[in-house]
Design a protein around this ligand. Structure first.
Ligand SMILES: [Zn+2]
Length: 286
């Protein structure tokens, strides 16, 4: 009897845990072609240029958008201190590659339509709420369905006011924010991972053992890692352990701790190609 009583709460807890899943497993062909172009460009760059990219810092204007069905936490509203903790988590995780996030504004929208929109891209919501230029990050927090913890949009060439422009930004499941209920994804690193896509990074398991993330210093792996499987090595013959600690894998939040220099190179070459020029655009109201 005692053991049954003890086991029941554990079972109830286990039912709430979803494995990490991200909406960016499919990379659109034009985005993949762009990444191949950037990869070639990085290969041709001289050592001095590559070093200057490593040393460069970015400060990114950031807008938060909270989408809920009512103003309660259960309905998806998020207390200010939790939003602050998410901003801190982003700044903590990106400090190692010299990127900071400067929160310029937070919107709170009570809307059944947006909160429960089955369109995983949240196109209608983003069209109404997106703020700033294409160099500015918009993060949308809502209770995503279908097991998705987050989904984002890769950078590309856009025209101001176009549908592609308005659709830019990342969504993070409300319960993945620091202190959220989606253990073990409760340290705010889902947003760190999604913003990685916004900056042009692919999953470390993209393309499996063929190394399809087009970053040379992230060892290939045949599939996403879950939990924190130390010494995992799914691609034989390369003598390299899987990059389970990388923010662009699917490991538990506690296990995700790093970006590589190669990823910083890609972030910078991608930034210069697609987003940097928008920083100079005047007249975009905050
Ligand atoms: Zn992802």
């Amino acid at each position: 009897m005692r053991s049954i009583l003890k086991a029941l709460p554990l079972l109830a807890l286990a039912a709430n845990v979803e494995a990490r899943s991200c909406g960016n497993e499919h990379v659109p062909q034009n985005v993949m072609n762009n990444a191949r172009m950037l990869y070639k460009q990085e290969q041709r760059a001289n050592a001095r240029t590559l070093q200057s990219w490593q040393d460069e810092t970015l400060n990114i204007n950031t807008y938060f958008h909270v989408i809920s069905t009512d103003d309660t936490v259960e309905g998806g509203n998020i207390p200010d201190d939790m939003l602050k903790a998410q901003l801190d988590a982003l700044n903590r995780d990106y400090a190692q590659i010299g990127i900071t996030f400067d929160l310029k504004g937070t919107t709170r929208t009570v809307s059944e339509k947006f909160a429960n929109d089955p369109d995983e891209e949240g196109t209608a919501m983003k069209k109404e709420l997106r703020n700033g230029t294409y160099a500015d990050l918009n993060l949308y927090f809502r209770k995503l369905t279908g097991g998705l913890l987050g989904i984002c949009v890769f950078p590309e060439n856009v025209e101001e006011g176009s549908d592609t422009f308005k659709n830019d930004g990342c969504q993070c499941h409300t319960d993945t924010l620091p202190g959220g209920s989606l253990k073990p994804y409760d340290e705010g690193k889902t947003c760190t991972h999604e913003v990685g896509h916004w900056l042009g990074l692919f999953h470390t398991f993209q393309g499996g053992c063929k190394g399809g993330d087009l970053v040379d210093d992230t060892p290939p792996e045949s599939s996403p890692a879950f939990g924190c499987p130390k010494d995992r090595d799914t691609c034989k013959g390369d003598d390299l352990k899987d990059p389970i600690n990388n923010f662009m894998d699917y490991s538990d939040d506690a296990c995700m701790t790093e970006f590589t220099p190669g990823q910083k190179t890609r972030v910078m070459s991608c930034w210069k190609e697609f987003r940097e020029k928008w920083n100079a655009q005047p007249g975009e109201d905050a």
